[in-house]
Design a protein around this ligand. Structure first.
Ligand SMILES: *Cc1c(COP(=O)(O)O)cnc(C)c1O
Length: 463
């Protein structure tokens, strides 16, 4: 399986190279040259299988012959054994045709663990074989950093630098990053927004000298292995609810659009889906893109669902590439224009193609809080603010047939203050994480300046 860049100026690479590189050298995102597919029988056969077996089948379709199937199966088994629920991603019913898929039973209590636990093992496997050490730099709006640090801490062939926007993530989110004592972990509080952090990471990658010197790699949601790993629960949830015999809908709390894009990937692989509802908080650039055809960034507003406080959704470039029939020149033009002007109009045909699967809904802070209370009252389930954004969005979409699965992306205990303020109930941390508040923290503070952060990364990598 070969991977091409959405901007068409980088040579095609194999799965391992696409994963280790993260972003393509031309600034585009890697995407498979052609989508692997499953037959309806193969999909039906996923029903009732252990999660790690479905994961190995789905990820294996993207790895091709670059990772031995037995090795991949073993990595998947280990990765999902770190989850504290035997189903890995259990499904809970919240209404006649409405369900929640709980993606938060991993070590850092957020859905990022689902992809990061397998990604770290893939890195170890591949780098160990090449006798090579890489430096991972990762911008986090809160949960990626914790999941990445949990997955990569103590690994031999990887050093990791996590950048987070100071004061814009919850204490629990911060502590999942900053309490790792291992020497291969560095955390930086950046005096800026998540978009600043993400821009710094992008610019750092464009510095070819530094990139080579420290063997730079990225594990943000631009990394295709994460998308592949996230496609897995679309399969497990959908077959549990009757796929492939009937289409299932998904409602996805979205920021960088990696999670929702994984649903698109599952559908291209043959999984029959109804709609994917892209739910955003008041940072609603994506909701507008799918409703008005205009992709225009605004000013980032802090919300109680901070992992989605994003005004520039990296993975949208992949969908755009698909929607313009894989035309790299047009994709490069559009995203360069977006970077410069902050807005693009989606061409009508591409917009129509996106609307075949996607709908967008933006949800206010008030609505999010009310939904936490209403869901608790109506179902007894205490949901976190990100999940609440999606449950609220679901109530507003009318043209859905059949079951809907809301992806529940964080454990409520990851956002205890906002959940308690909305509902009057303070969610306890699950067992394993109960002493988090007592663990010592370790992080550095830096201004949102690319050069300063590049120097920091170099020093850490070479130490
Ligand atoms: C990362 C994250 C999201 C957004 O996912 P994207 O793939 O960036 O769209 C939603 N909720 C939580 C809790 C997250 O950590």
């Amino acid at each position: 399986m070969r991977y091409v860049s959405t901007r068409g100026q980088s040579p095609a690479v194999g799965f391992v190279d696409a994963v280790l590189a993260g972003l393509a050298p031309d600034g585009g995102l890697y995407i498979p040259e052609a989508w692997p597919t499953f037959t309806a029988e193969e999909i039906a056969g996923f029903a009732g299988r252990p999660y790690h077996e479905v994961a190995a089948a789905v990820i294996g379709a993207f790895a091709g012959d670059e990772i031995k199937p037995a090795a991949l199966l073993e990595m998947c088994r280990e990765a999902y054994a770190t989850f504290n629920h035997a189903a890995v991603v259990p499904i809970v019913q919240i209404g006649p045709d409405a369900f929640i898929a709980e993606l938060f039973h991993g070590p850092s209590l957020a859905f990022k663990d689902v992809a990061m636990q397998i990604l770290a093992r893939l890195y170890d496997h591949v780098l160990g074989g090449q006798n090579r050490t890489q430096t991972i730099i990762c911008a986090t709006s809160g949960d990626t950093g914790g999941a990445a640090v949990e997955a990569f801490r103590g690994r031999k062939n990887v050093k990791i630098v996590a950048l987070f926007p100071e004061g814009r993530i919850s204490e629990v989110q911060r502590r999942f990053m900053t309490t790792a004592a291992e020497a291969n972990v560095a955390c930086v509080a950046v005096q800026g927004t998540f978009d600043d952090c993400q821009a710094i990471v992008k610019q750092t990658f464009q510095d070819q000298v530094l990139r080579q010197a420290v063997d730079l790699s990225g594990v943000n949601s631009i990394n295709f292995a994460r998308i592949a790993a996230q496609a897995v629960y679309y399969f497990t949830a959908a077959v549990a609810l009757g796929a492939p015999l009937r289409p299932v809908n998904f409602c996805v709390p979205s920021g960088n659009f990696g999670d929702a894009f994984a649903g698109y990937v599952a559908s291209r692989m043959g999984l029959p889906l109804g709609r994917i509802v892209v739910a955003t908080n008041s940072n609603d650039i994506l909701a507008h893109a799918f409703e008005d055809g205009r992709y225009a960034r605004g000013v980032v507003q802090p919300t109680i669902s901070p992992a989605m406080d994003i005004q520039s959704a990296s993975n949208f470039e992949r969908l755009y590439f698909e929607a313009v029939k894989r035309e790299p020149v047009e994709t490069a033009r559009a995203f360069q224009a977006f970077n410069e002007a902050g807005a693009i109009d989606i061409p009508p045909q591409a917009f129509a193609a996106m609307r075949e699967l996607f709908r967008g809904v933006g949800v206010s802070e008030d609505e999010t809080r009310r939904t936490i209370v209403a869901t608790l009252n109506e179902t007894g389930e205490l949901i976190d603010p990100h999940t609440a954004v999606a449950v609220a969005a679901l109530r507003r979409v009318e043209d859905l047939d059949g079951p809907v699965v809301v992806l529940s992306t964080a454990h409520p205990a990851k956002f205890p203050d906002d959940v308690a303020a909305a509902s009057g109930v303070t969610p306890p941390l699950p067992r394993g994480a109960a002493d988090l508040a007592e663990r010592p923290e370790r992080f550095d503070r830096l201004p949102a300046e690319t050069e300063t952060i590049k120097a920091y990364v170099r020093a850490f990598a070479e130490a």
